[in-house]
Design a protein around this ligand. Structure first.
Ligand code: A2P
Length: 339
């Protein structure tokens, strides 16, 4: 990999694309040249990166000549169409969509957990995992290394940033409308089927087999792949909540060996990307506003589960746009550049 790579961002104007640009700066990633790609609507507009103006171009088949790393964050169907074209042009694609995550030939990577998967990228595509899965596994991996993870029971509290800039706008507009006296039944809805202001929606992504949503099944299949645990048991309920951009997950995890709360706290206190935030005597526990715009995930409310043996209950919170998407993608790029 070129030490000063040419980097393209497909979806540069979106919620995740904008944050990828910021992460490139914050992580001091060397950028030789930059290509900012979006729809025809944005073509010709300008984005300033490190003091230099760049003109946004329309994403086309010809966008990737000379590109070393191409981030994709413009939705699954555009990834499906253009990621193979970018890879054929010689770029390594880091794809934020779910289009390639379960492809055996595509590594699915959280750099703190399975960086070794980046040694073999046969299709020139690396997949960035689902946001809820990344944040959950950041908390579970240190425990898995010590105790051997057997099963996960989880409920997520997912921010509207998971629906992109439009999801954030819908929450803002509905919140203002409710403050001005509009009844929930009368709110204007473009992104969600139900009000998201003053409500929670137990439905993220489309319904699939067995009454589970696609988002819930991503937690199952992606966790198995990232951890190389094909027998891992996962059940999950994913819920959209009126929070702008950090996801929270309530987890009961069962292990082969008995964990203790104090040992678990010690593991989190020294693991990269995770901060322990667990001091109930002083009413300290993680909340989504605390991780917004922060790189690390926070873990707290760690306790022995009262129902299942060898199990801990915990609460993990992380910025969906950062560790759940842009930051993880840029950390993958860092690994690729540093070899
Ligand atoms: P644009 O701003 O020009 O519409 P989000 O997930 O925050 O909604 O962002 C989606 C991203 O995907 C935006 O950068 C958006 O660009 C981009 N996008 C949407 N449709 C297309 C398209 N047909 N071609 C290229 N980029 C697209």
């Amino acid at each position: 990999m070129n030490a000063n790579p040419t980097i393209a961002i497909a979806g540069a104007t979106g919620a995740v694309g904008e944050e990828i640009l910021q992460c490139l700066i914050n992580l001091d990633v060397p950028v030789g040249d930059l290509k900012l790609l979006a729809s025809a609507r944005s073509a010709g507009k300008e984005i300033v990166f490190k003091g230099k103006p760049y003109i946004i171009e329309e994403l086309t088949e010809h966008s990737f000549a000379g590109v070393d790393i191409a981030f994709f964050s413009a939705g699954g169907s555009l990834s499906e169409k253009f990621a193979p074209i970018a890879a054929a042009a010689g770029a390594i694609v880091i794809d934020n969509s779910s289009a390639f995550r379960m492809d055996d030939q595509v590594p699915l990577v959280v750099p703190e957990i399975n960086p070794q998967a980046l040694k073999n990228i046969p299709k020139g595509i690396v997949a960035n995992p689902n946001c809820t899965t990344i944040i959950s596994l950041m908390a579970l991996f240190p425990l898995h290394e010590k105790y051997g993870l057997k099963s996960i029971i989880a409920s997520s509290y997912q921010a509207v940033s998971g629906s992109g800039a439009e999801g954030i706008a819908e929450l803002e507009q509905q919140t203002k409308a409710v403050a001005n006296g509009t009844a929930l039944e009368d709110l204007e809805k473009n992104v969600y089927l139900h009000p998201i202001a003053c409500n929670v929606i137990p439905h993220v992504d489309v319904f699939k087999e067995g009454g589970y949503t696609k988002e819930e099944l991503k937690m199952l299949h992606e966790s198995r792949k990232i951890l190389s645990l094909p027998e891992l048991k996962v059940t999950c309920t994913c819920v959209r909540v009126p929070v702008t951009r950090s996801h929270s997950v309530s987890i009961t995890a069962t292990f082969a060996n008995k964990p203790t709360v104090s040992e678990a706290q010690g593991l989190f206190a020294r693991y990269p990307g995770i901060q322990l935030c667990d001091d109930i005597e002083n009413l300290v526990y993680p909340m989504p506003y605390q991780t917004t715009l922060k790189q690390d995930c926070l873990v707290g409310r760690i306790r022995e589960d009262l129902v299942l043996d060898n199990s801990l209950a915990l609460w993990v919170v992380g910025d969906q746009v950062l560790k759940g998407a842009a930051l993880n993608a840029v950390q993958i790029a860092q690994k690729l550049i540093s070899g």
